[in-house]
Design a protein around this ligand. Sequence first.
Ligand code: NAP
Length: 320
Amino acid sequence: MSALVTLKGMENVIIIGTGCAGWTAAIYTGRANLNPLVLAGEQPGGQLTTTSEVENFPGFPEGVDGATLMFSMQQQAEKFGARIDYKMVSKIERRANGSFDVHCGSEVVLEAKAVIVATGASARLLGLPKEQEIYGKNGLTTCATCDGAFYRDMPVVVVGGGDSACEEATFLTRFASKVYLLHRRDELRASKIMAERVLAHEKIEPIWNAEITAYHPGEGGKMESVTVRNRETGKESPLEVKGVFIAIGHVPNSGFLNGLADLDPEGYILQIPGKTATKTEGLYAAGDVADHVYRQAITAAGQGCAAALEAERFLADQEG
Ligand code: NAP
């Protein structure tokens, strides 16, 4: 096995993640002449790269393609001196002098005075064949707020039985002709008020004890229908839908923090109230890895900005 290699000198700030939070933090720390290093991991760009048109990011009245928006943010950050490296972080440790060792795989370690964690959260999917090809653009999505408006007068199905699924289903009634709510049990997990609202809605039809076992995209790759299996009888039947909205939870990408930040029971990073700081001085969290409430591109960008300003002040205090 190769020895651990410490690369270059001490970085001012390492930003982990290249979604809206990460790139906004990079723009701000870049403009503060901190020469930030951004670690992009193997799938750069965050969740927006899996969606089609973004219509709710301020400043784009005609909407903007998610990947284009992320690339614009990257260019803006690079213009101010941000450097990008496609390394995947495996672990963070804190040295006795307060700086951070950022481990990338088992062989490389980078050192930084401050770290901003903006690694986002990954939506859970069903793990069915064709999922990756159709995810985001062709009728399979995990965000009704982002993509709901594309399903005007079309039938859609929401998968899940929690508050997110109920919220997505309710939101989709503004656009879709019919919203099926497909749940693996016969009782919703969602809060009573959300469940009652959903079940009383004339456009929403629950499908109980059910699971999707196959997606059927038509010509051009767009979703045409799915196969639904009744979990009690085993009977399979087709369901014609143009959109499948998966709402079975998210997994925050916080597994590499090694105890340096406290996590809630679901793995979201706990920030100090009103800040992006974590319990460890010099370690900040921004965006979906710390936010299971709003989960929007613009709120992630706002947190990225806040984390950058907090890191900048922390570094200035250290110098002074
Ligand atoms: P959740 O409460 O964990 O619910 C996930 C749902 O997906 C459950 O109904 C679960 O089924 C189902 N599920 C999980 N894995 C599945 C699989 N592999 N196949 C099929 N179904 C699967 O997640 P959430 O709805 O995203 O909510 C997360 C947290 O955010 C919750 O605390 C929630 O209260 C909160 N939240 C609040 C609001 C609000 O108050 N406005 C809105 C959204 C979310 P089972 O029920 O059978 O386990």
